[in-house]
Design a protein around this ligand. Structure first.
Ligand code: PAF
Length: 281
């Protein structure tokens, strides 16, 4: 069932709740891959009724980003979502979500500054604003996000806590292709050579893990330098950032200890890919 308007969505959710159903919610921008499907399956395990939103949110794209090129295929998405256990797809048009210019924004401070926040300064306020709106539209009991967007997950957890959203948030593991590339809707935008070189992301994360676990190197800058060195062999890769941060507060660390996030973003032609590893040392 595909629903395009908020009023009908609310009526259906209210009906489900009256019947005692718990509601699981998976927000996406569509062009589903195995990562999204793992979120839908997890939602179906824990809830009676699963809502998937497919909405390419214009306010989280910067002026020179890939909003127009972002891949879309609602027919394919519908089939995949249904097979994974989704009960309702909410696929509104931009005018339904933003009928008038917004005068309200949801901004999470500090956590949004490092990593992707540096090169995409308005991205996270676009994400937190749309996710707040979607949380209010869907009124789910539980929502599911992927660890591939680790910073996004941390920001949304903080937002939900600060604004008392009555929703439990689960972060599910990264799903990878057989060769290690993290699944992403943007992977289809890579040409053959870029797809090969995209392995630099996972390769550099594996290298970082080995340096920490096998060699006991605890200086973040040494590890970052080696990762840069490794990626420089992939001539089409342009590093946007590589950072090693404390996982809880996304602050820089002087030495590797406790739970850490190693995260990077790399541009391959016009396509920007991200990946990360969370490690407890
Ligand atoms: O992760 C995404 O696909 C998007 O950022 C989200 C959470 C659906 C908000 O548009």
């Amino acid at each position: 069932m595909i629903i395009k308007d908020i009023k009908t969505l609310r009526e259906i959710i209210k009906g489900e709740k009256r019947r005692g159903s718990s509601i699981g919610f998976v927000p996406t921008m569509g062009y589903l891959h195995e990562g999204h499907l793992s979120l839908i399956r997890e939602a179906k395990k824990e809830n009676d009724f699963v809502v998937l939103s497919i909405f390419v949110n214009p306010i989280q794209f910067g002026p020179n980003e890939d909003l127009e090129q972002y891949p879309r295929d609602i027919k394919r998405d519908t089939e995949l979502a249904k097979a994974a256990g989704c009960d309702l797809i909410f696929n509104p048009e931009v005018d339904e979500v933003f009928p008038k210019p917004l005068k309200t924004k949801v901004i999470v401070e500090e956590l949004t500054e490092p990593l992707c926040g540096r090169s995409r300064p308005t991205h996270f306020q676009g994400v937190t604003t749309i996710v707040s709106k979607l949380f209010n539209m869907v009124a789910a009991d539980r929502a599911y996000f992927g660890q591939k967007d680790a910073q996004q997950a941390a920001v949304i957890i903080k937002m939900a806590e600060d604004l008392n959203f009555d929703i439990a948030i689960t972060v599910c593991p990264i799903v990878r292709e057989e060769d290690g590339l993290a699944m992403s809707s943007r992977n289809v935008m890579l040409n053959k050579e870029e797809r090969k070189q995209a392995l630099a992301l996972y390769g550099s994360l594996e290298l970082a893990e080995d340096m920490i676990v096998k060699e006991g190197i605890l200086d973040p800058q040494t590890i970052i330098a080696k990762m840069e060195d490794f990626i420089s062999d992939y001539r089409l890769c342009q590093i946007d950032y590589i950072e090693i941060l404390d996982f809880e507060n996304l602050q820089e660390i002087k030495e590797i200890q406790g739970k850490i996030l190693i995260a990077l973003a790399v541009k391959l032609g016009p396509t920007r890919l991200i990946d990360n590893k969370i490690m407890g040392v």
